[in-house]
Unconditional design. Structure first.
Length: 144
């Protein structure tokens, strides 16, 4: 009986210890995301916790854009991403910008993380249009 009590206490302690770490990681991700300013011309639309304990931040462009304007805004977003700490660079978007912007999945903007940076930073980014407006979504967290 004592063995079962010790085993139960050990399991409970392990779960609580790891739960605390998960909460601290998410809090750090959330704090970092709150410290970000929106790219020029965008406003904060929402912040949510992902299943991976990343902080998902969605920015929206205040005015509608036509195809050419939306494509032109891509450089604004990339410039903003380039100012964030912990990134070594950005990879090119696969495919045509005007086509992926209109798709439900949007345009994934692949990031190259700096291997020496351990604090929460941008992990992934997506740009798409919704109702004629640009929506820019990022996930902020630490490298797993």
């Amino acid at each position: 009986m004592a063995v079962l009590a010790i085993a139960a206490a050990s399991i409970a302690g392990y779960v609580l210890y790891n739960w605390k770490d998960i909460g601290q990681d998410y809090t750090a991700n959330q704090t970092t995301a709150k410290g970000l300013t929106a790219p020029s011309g965008f406003t904060l639309a929402s912040r949510n916790r992902t299943e991976d304990d990343l902080e998902r931040v969605t920015y929206a462009k205040g005015v509608a854009c036509d195809d050419d304007q939306c494509v032109d805004e891509f450089s604004t977003v990339r410039e903003w991403m380039g100012t964030l700490p912990g990134l070594a660079g950005l990879k090119p978007v696969e495919g045509s910008l005007d086509q992926c912007l209109e798709s439900k999945q949007g345009c994934a903007i692949p990031v190259i993380l700096n291997s020496n940076y351990s604090k929460p930073t941008l992990q992934q980014a997506l740009l798409r249009t919704a109702d004629g407006r640009l929506v820019f979504q990022i996930d902020v967290g630490s490298r797993s």
